[in-house]
Write a protein that binds this ligand. Structure first.
Ligand code: ZN
Length: 265
């Protein structure tokens, strides 16, 4: 097996109010995921003595791509992005089934189509030995999921089911620190979930110390994220008791009701 993630490190670069940019490096070369702002990326490259070798994009929103022009002026590197969206600077449009080897890092990533937040949103998941990493942009969040700006509830539910089917130890590198707000909602939806109550305490402690709650894991999301648990009996009971769905609602109905409730929570 190729070394893949075992020889690599991920740096967490906070940006804007609550974004995280992910800088993957081997001590020499680095690739950045969703650089909404170039400034923290350039600062990290300089601080750690790294050479930028690739840019990876999940979707077209400005807080995920805004730094691309300045990074390309700094280093003319390949830019990977969704085939289904028009983004200036993308050199390698990708869709599900694509597999890339990140230049300079030897990191093999498979591409998943995860429409819903945007129409062409993609995610990247590692292949090979070492830790499993998922870069999922604004699709799956710690304790929550992205808003449906362009896609349908059915699309997003299918995208989240796809991510939820990844191995439980997969580390989830999403793009925002929304965790506490998401878990507050989750607790309202499924108050008797003991794993969720434990997670609330654990994540609150991290935030009190200004420590990121990201990465999460797929297993933790399966246990505590209502958007991966829309058919759990406790969640169905809450949705029915509050009149948000009728008995017999489909899984997509349940997901749609959760997403609509969260939008106004
Ligand atoms: Zn977005």
């Amino acid at each position: 097996m190729m070394p893949n993630t075992s020889s690599l490190t991920i740096l967490t670069l906070p940006a804007f109010k609550d974004n995280y940019l992910w800088l993957v490096h081997d001590g020499v070369h680095a690739a950045v995921v969703d650089p909404g702002d170039a400034e923290p990326v350039l600062a990290a490259l300089q601080e750690h003595g790294l050479t930028l070798t690739a840019i990876l994009l999940t979707h077209h929103h400005a807080d995920h791509i805004g730094g691309v022009p300045r990074l390309l002026a700094h280093a003319a590197v390949p830019v990977y992005g969704p085939a289904g969206e028009s983004i200036d600077g993308v050199t390698d449009p990708l869709a599900e089934g694509a597999r890339i080897t990140v230049p300079g890092l030897g990191l093999v990533l498979a591409v998943l189509d995860v429409p819903g937040h945007t129409r062409g949103h993609i995610a990247y998941v590692t292949e090979g030995a070492g830790e499993r990493w998922l870069f999922c942009g604004d699709t799956l969040f710690a304790g929550g999921c992205g808003r449906l700006f362009e896609g349908t509830p059915a699309q997003m539910a299918a995208s989240l089911a796809k991510l939820s089917s990844l191995p439980g130890d997969t580390l989830v590198y999403c793009a925002h620190e929304y965790t506490m707000a998401n878990l507050s909602f989750a607790a309202a939806v499924e108050p008797d979930n003991q794993a969720l109550q434990l997670r609330l305490v654990s994540e609150a402690g991290k935030r009190a110390d200004n420590v990121p709650t990201i990465p999460s894991t797929i297993a933790l999301e399966q246990a505590t994220n209502p958007f991966l648990r829309a058919t759990a009996p406790g969640i169905v009971a809450t949705l029915e008791a509050t009149g948000r769905v009728q008995p017999g609602a489909t899984p997509v109905d349940l997901f749609a009701a959760l997403r609509a409730w969260k939008n106004v929570f």
